[in-house]
Write a new protein. Sequence first.
Length: 154
Amino acid sequence: MEQVTVRTATLDDLETLLGFEQGIISAERPFDPTLKDEQISYYSTEQMITAPHIEVVVAEVGGELVGSGYARIEASKPYLKHQNHAFLGFMFVKPEYRGKGINQKIIEALKQWSLAQNITEMRLEVYDENLPAVRAYKKMGFSKHMVQMRLGIS
């Protein structure tokens, strides 16, 4: 495989990123019965690219965009040791490039950006039943912290 480059996303990447978003939604639908059946959107991608408190990155292989992710600075609960944390999202790698360490490179770039913003804590959400993703994040040093539970009451 050619060299992987991770860089800050630009508005020129928007069309591809919108496709990545639909890839994320398709992958997550089996884990979330609460998602609407019609086409939905998770993000305001254009706004995220231009927001000063969000770093959107893309991974490229041979000039082709193959992955994405973002870090968004959020205020932490006032009782926590850290005032702010970086929330990671928009984590996507094209299926044919998975298992090649690309997500790890994306997270490392987001970690470096977060450190430059004086952030010392990174968080993300992953569906508990998405075992490949859970394993991948654990391999990168993340650990389960809190389990969110739900109950439909119709």
